[in-house]
Design a protein around this ligand. Structure first.
Ligand code: GSH
Length: 152
C-alpha cells in the first residue's frame, strides 16, 4: 500500500493510524503547485481526480479516498491495535465522531483558507466556535472522546 500525503494536511490522520497499527505502508509526498505531482513521478489527478490528499493506493492498484474511510480501512488491517470501535453501541458514537470531524470541523475550516469575502469567513468562524464548544462539552475532562487511544 502507498499513502499519498501533504505535510500538515488531513493526511496526517491516516499516517498516525499507519504508525499506531504498525502497518507496512509506503509514503509519497504530493507536491501541491500549479500541477500536482507525486514523488513517484505521476500526475496526482490520475490517482485521485479530486486532487486531494489523503489517497491510499492498495496493492491491487485500487485507490481509496476520503480520510474517514482510510482511517477505518487502515485500523481494520490490524484489529489487535484496537484503533477503531467496530461493534456495540459505541460503534455508532465512533462513526458519529469521525463524521463530525470530517464535515463540521475539517470542511468547516475550508472557507478560512480560501479568498472568500470577510463576511463569509466571519460566518465560518462563528460556526466553528460553536462546533468546538460542543466538542469541548462532549470531551469534559476526558483525554479522548471514546475511551482510550489504543490498547498498546
Ligand atoms: N473529502 C476529502 C477532502 C480531503 C481534503 O480536503 N484534503 C485537503 C488537505 S487537508 C486537500 O488536499 N485539499 C486540496 C484540494 O482540495 O484541492 C476527505 O475527507 O478526505
Amino acid at each position: 500500500m502507498k499513502l499519498f500525503y501533504v505535510p500538515g494536511a488531513c493526511s496526517l490522520g491516516p499516517h498516525i493510524v499507519i504508525n499506531e497499527a504498525g502497518l507496512d505502508v509506503a509514503l509519497d509526498k504530493v507536491a501541491f503547485g500549479k500541477e500536482r505531482t507525486t514523488q513517484d513521478g505521476r500526475n496526482f489527478y490520475d490517482i485521485n481526480p479530486q486532487g486531494a490528499v489523503p489517497a491510499l493506493e492498495l496493492d491491487n492498484g485500487d485507490v481509496l479516498t476520503e480520510a474517514q474511510v482510510l482511517l477505518e480501512y487502515l485500523a481494520a488491517q490490524n484489529p489487535r491495535a484496537e484503533l477503531a470501535i467496530t461493534d456495540g453501541p459505541q460503534h455508532w458514537r465512533f462513526l458519529e465522531a469521525l463524521n463530525f470531524i470530517a464535515t463540521e470541523l475539517h470542511k468547516g475550516t475550508g472557507p478560512l483558507f480560501k479568498s472568500n469575502p470577510d463576511e463569509v469567513k466571519e460566518a465560518a468562524k462563528a460556526n466553528l466556535v460553536n462546533r468546538y464548544k460542543l466538542l469541548e462539552q462532549k470531551l469534559g475532562d476526558q483525554d479522548y472522546l471514546l475511551g482510550k487511544f489504543s490498547s498498546r
